[in-house]
Design a protein around this ligand. Structure first.
Ligand SMILES: Nc1ncnc2c1ncn2[C@@H]1O[C@H](COP(=O)(O)OP(=O)(O)OP(=O)(O)O)[C@@H](O)[C@H]1O
Ligand SMILES: [Mg+2]
Length: 237
């Protein structure tokens, strides 16, 4: 599979504090790629840098073969690189539908907003039932669905999902994981950061383990499950 998004020797951080140290990573076109790592490993920093919310200090990011590391985040969204941030960040006082519509403000998505909205409601019937409910009154799982739906409204080509099941009850986390392969069927490529290693490696074709801002190991799901970095750090044996 060819790469739709690629980071090469990517460096980033906050002020003088360097968090990512020369990260190399590829997101396969039409596939699910995982980023695993314990708290503070740099997953969110990586995702924010790929999305352009945090400037790359050095290194390269290529999307569909073109460099994007100097482009502002809204231009990356326009091209199809869309982040669903950790912690959901929905607008609590706005309705479900208003939150969704905000997702398609970019020029490419705007004209297709109504059509995308019905695709999102098909994927998430719970959002359909709650169209006019204030987003802040949704349950945690529903808010995650809304955050995902809002990301889809931007018509992503690659979707960066930062810990979509964080803090969710197991049944809700399971539902989120069931939806991810459907997104691939819609033609998306996915990069997902997760703590739930078992479930993530079941659905991802390839994964990277970040440790202290560096890729410690990478491989297919079965390969990673057998590496000490994964089994000791995440699986408790
Ligand atoms: N705004 C910030 N300013 C300074 N340091 C930060 C900032 N945000 C994150 N960091 C630091 O960067 C490091 C990596 O954090 P990051 O959020 O990328 O980790 P993570 O792998 O996403 O962790 P988690 O699993 O807890 O979400 C941590 O040491 C964190 O303290
Ligand atoms: Mg994080």
């Amino acid at each position: 599979m060819s790469a739709i998004l690629q980071a090469r020797e990517l460096v980033s951080g906050y002020g003088d504090v360097r968090i990512l140290h020369a990260v190399d990573l590829s997101v396969a076109e039409g596939g699910i790629t995982a980023v695993l790592g314990s708290n503070g490993a740099g997953k969110t920093t990586l995702f924010r840098t790929l999305a352009g919310l945090l400037a790359a200090g050095a290194g390269h990011i290529e999307f569909c073969g073109s460099p994007i590391e100097t482009l502002p985040s809204h231009v990356r969204v326009e091209r199809g690189v869309v982040l669903v941030p950790e912690g959901r960040l929905v607008f609590p006082d706005m309705s479900v539908e208003e939150n969704l519509r905000i997702g398609s403000v970019n020029a490419r998505a705007r004209s297709k907003c109504s059509k995308t909205l019905s695709t999102v409601y098909d994927l998430f019937p719970r959002l359909d039932e709650r169209r006019s409910q204030a987003a802040g009154t949704l349950s945690g799982g529903e808010q995650q669905m809304l955050a995902l739906g809002r990301g889809l409204m931007a018509l992503p080509k690659v979707l960066l999902l930062d810990e979509p099941t964080l803090g969710l009850a197991p049944t809700m986390a399971k539902q989120i994981f069931e939806i991810i392969p459907n997104l691939v069927e819609l033609g998306l490529s996915i990069l997902i950061a997760e703590q739930d290693v078992h479930r993530t490696l079941q659905c991802a074709q390839f994964g990277y383990v970040l440790e202290n801002g560096k890729v410690a190991v990478s491989g297919t799901g079965p390969e990673l499950m057998q590496t000490p970095a994964v089994s000791e750090a995440f699986l408790g044996h």
